[in-house]
Design a binder for this molecule. Structure first.
Ligand code: SF4
Length: 461
């Protein structure tokens, strides 16, 4: 009798004998990091001979890549799993896999609540998804969660990938976060910061450029500390500015974006690299979170509103034509009207081109979730409305100021609403619609003719 293996082997040399031509579906919740992880999961499944399914009904493997940063992640996951149960009952051969942050955090709970799930894997076990699927096919359900990334080699960018678009790609430069923002679950689920070696990043981007990619987005939770853990030249110093310059030298790369920088850590060297490297786009995502010194302290963000604005002015002063966006949380525990007024003041002063605004919701496992003085939801709603109104007006004013100017745009694809129109993006990360058709990946010059808060409209220059 064969016994159940104690350990799941990591790699196998050949494709799985029965997986060729079977169909998979990956559902993604969450941020760009998760979207990118999903591309890796798809890439791994396709490297095993599988093809993409049209929907759940023809899928042999369904992967749910979860996120626990945003609200309702649990409801969404268990709602999805509930819908999959009758499908699995009807087709017991279908495999269900759950990965990502919520899997990392909830661990055994996923299979307790939804025993029809075959594989639960954590954020540090992504590279083992295929091996775990093999195990589940043979031996039954398995949960595998590691708490720390085993090594730099387990950073997902080293895995096969199935990119959603041909001309644009995400490139993970680091994972994890050494900060301790009290509202954020990322440090617990993604672990400490680990940077990829610059040479590995350069090789990956060079390979992407060879495949026809002209735009890359460098991903990390706190890119300004990129490289600190590598001890390059025997010193624990960040080398993100150098990385930007080196990626900018790669032939074929016309646009470089990155997310996210941390306002407390960004320095002149990064702004100078942005200004002096032609390919780096004039766009900075600069997460404010709150404009109140008291709330920023409670959030453990490491800056004051004044310092935030100083840093913003520093980058704006160095990078001509810079557009900015931000993240703001409304209703953090203890937020008073005076604190909220502080946020409005910073928003007015900063004049961001756009903002992602969130109603605070406690994430179990974070320090803020244990804070008592919750803000009344009705008060939060009213504040959110005021903030959204202010930001919308600023965005519209800034977009209107572009009317008549000529900008370079990159074609993303046909507009969802009108196939005769193509959706493009400016270097400053604004959506611009113009008459098509034009193939995705083409660079055009466009004259801005009209502006709305969410987009620009234009014509070919
Ligand atoms: S910097 Fe703060 S908000 Fe960003 S990932 Fe780290 S802990 Fe979370």
């Amino acid at each position: 009798m064969t016994s159940i293996p104690l350990e799941v082997p990591t790699v196998r040399a050949e494709r799985h004998p029965t997986r060729e031509g079977r169909r998979y579906l990956v559902r993604t919740f969450g941020c760009q990091m998760n979207e990118h992880d999903s591309e890796r999961i798809s890439g791994m499944l396709e490297s095993d001979g599988m093809v993409r399914a049209d929907g759940v009904d023809d899928a042999d493997v369904v992967v749910i890549n979860t996120c626990c940063v945003r609200e309702n992640a649990d409801n969404r996951l268990y709602g999805n799993l509930g819908q999959l149960k009758p499908v699995k009952d009807a087709r017991p051969g279908m495999r269900i896999m759950v990965g990502g942050c919520l899997a990392q955090k909830d661990r055994d709970l996923v299979q307790q609540k939804a025993p029809w799930v075959d594989v639960v894997f954590g954020t540090h076990n992504l590279s083992r998804a295929l091996a775990l699927l093999d195990y589940a096919e043979e031996w039954g359900p398995i949960t595998e969660i590691h708490d720390e990334t085993a090594s730099i080699d387990s950073i997902p960018s080293t895995l096969p990938v199935r990119r959603e678009v041909d001309h644009s790609a995400w490139v993970t430069i680091m994972i994890g976060c050494d900060n301790a923002c009290t509202f954020c679950i990322v440090p617990q689920v993604r672990g400490r910061e680990i940077s990829r070696r610059p040479g590995d990043v350069i090789r990956e981007v060079t390979r992407l450029a060879g495949d026809g990619v002209s735009e890359v987005t460098l991903l990390g939770q706190n890119v300004n500390s990129y490289g600190r853990d590598l001890g390059i030249d025997g010193r624990r110093r960040p080398v993100f500015a150098e990385l930007l310059r080196r990626v900018g030298e790669i032939e074929g790369i016309r646009r470089i974006r990155y997310t996210s920088p941390h306002p407390k850590d960004i320095k002149e060297d990064v702004a100078l690299a942005m200004a002096e490297t032609e390919a780096v786009c004039e766009h900075l995502h600069f997460p404010l979170q709150s404009g109140s010194a008291r709330i920023l302290r409670a959030m453990q963000r490491g800056y004051t509103p004044e310092r935030f604005l100083e840093k913003l002015r520093m980058v704006e002063g160095i990078v001509p034509g810079l557009a900015t966006s931000t993240d703001i949380i409304v209703g953090f525990p203890g937020e008073t009207e005076a604190d909220f007024q502080g946020t409005l003041k910073v928003v007015e002063a900063a004049r961001f081109d756009g903002a992602f605004m969130f109603v605070y919701s406690p994430r179990p496992g974070t320090r803020a979730a244990d804070m008592d003085d919750r803000v009344d939801p009705e008060v939060i709603k009213e504040r959110f409305g005021r903030l959204a109104g202010l930001q919308q007006q600023i965005t519209l004013d800034k977009n209107r100021a572009l009317i008549g100017s000529t900008v370079e745009v990159l074609v993303e694809g046909p507009s969802r609403k009108d196939p005769a129109v193509v959706t493009t993006r400016t270097r400053t990360n604004k959506v611009l619609h113009l008459s098509g058709p034009h193939p995705p990946g083409e660079y055009l010059m466009a004259v801005v003719e009209a502006a709305a808060p969410s987009h620009l409209m234009g014509r070919l220059a």
